[in-house]
Design a protein around this ligand. Structure first.
Ligand SMILES: NC(=O)c1ccc[n+]([C@@H]2O[C@H](COP(=O)([O-])OP(=O)(O)OC[C@H]3O[C@@H](n4cnc5c(N)ncnc54)[C@H](OP(=O)(O)O)[C@@H]3O)[C@@H](O)[C@H]2O)c1
Length: 229
């Protein structure tokens, strides 16, 4: 069994993949935004280790996490946490761009840096949950798409840099997934929500587990998952 560090395990895709790995008896380190959310994770996933840190404050992550203690060896780091605020370029001020870049890009970059010694020790895999918006930027999602484009660049550089250390890097690009984020987005855009045409969180979790289970002679470097056909 492996040791896995997951962000975003409190909801949606992250909760589903944490549940799948917990059922297999794997060891979980779960990052929550604060101690209250960490308590919820400990009761939902008995036996897991939790760390509390706000990904919206990436510059504070090193001090926050080092005082709580980091794992010495990791089979995987799954970056699942994310935020999405819709808005046009005309509407977005600097703070709006910064808010999404902080959680979706800067925090994963900093967390990866902090956990690289543990990933090299295994060696383990880094999995970035990106988005279709990380490949094509639609109108009204420029801030979100920019953060996900940046996340893809981070993954590409990391893959090339860490190859010789045995650390494997995967980016997963899901289409629409039935989660609270997707419900909020449809509400904000004033669009009808149709969960039946979305991917389920269980399908995305199955794909993520497949990435982790892939034989060590190769890497699923980029994986696009579309609802339906
Ligand atoms: N849903 C989709 O259609 C879709 C499609 C493609 C890609 N994605 C990506 O998939 C990932 C998961 O999305 P989801 O749909 O499962 O969203 P979700 O249900 O809204 O869950 C997001 C998770 O991120 C955590 N999070 C957000 N801000 C945080 C912060 N400042 N500090 C710590 N944790 C924070 C949340 O913590 P709390 O539990 O404390 O709220 C929550 O657990 C995201 O990266 C998203 O961009 C989603």
């Amino acid at each position: 069994m492996g040791v896995h560090f997951i962000t975003g395990a409190g909801s949606g895709i992250g909760a589903a993949v944490a549940g799948l790995l917990a059922e297999r008896g794997e060891d979980l380190w779960l990052l929550a935004r604060d101690e209250e959310r960490a308590e919820v994770l400990r009761s939902r996933f008995p036996g897991c280790r939790t760390l509390a840190a706000d990904l919206a404050e990436p510059a504070a992550l090193a001090a926050e996490l080092e005082k709580q203690g980091l794992p010495e060896r990791l089979d995987s780091l799954l970056h699942v946490a994310g935020v999405l605020e819709p808005g046009t370029v005309a509407e977005f001020d600097v703070g709006a761009w910064q808010a999404m870049l902080a959680v979706n890009f800067l925090a994963p970059a900093e967390l990866t840096r902090l956990l690289l010694p543990a990933l090299r020790a295994a060696p383990g895999r880094v999995v970035f949950v990106n988005s279709g918006a990380g490949l094509h930027a639609p109108p009204r999602l420029g801030g979100y798409a920019a953060s996900k484009f940046a996340l893809r660049a981070l993954a590409e550089s990391l893959r090339a840099e860490e190859f010789r250390n045995g650390v494997r890097v995967t980016t997963v690009f899901p289409g629409e997934v039935d989660t609270p984020m997707q419900v909020r987005l449809h509400g904000a855009l004033g669009l009808p929500y149709e969960p039946e045409i979305c991917l389920t969180v269980d399908s995305v979790a199955t794909a993520l587990a497949g990435v982790l289970d892939f034989p060590p002679d190769g890497t699923l470097s980029e994986l696009t998952i579309r609802p339906g056909c």
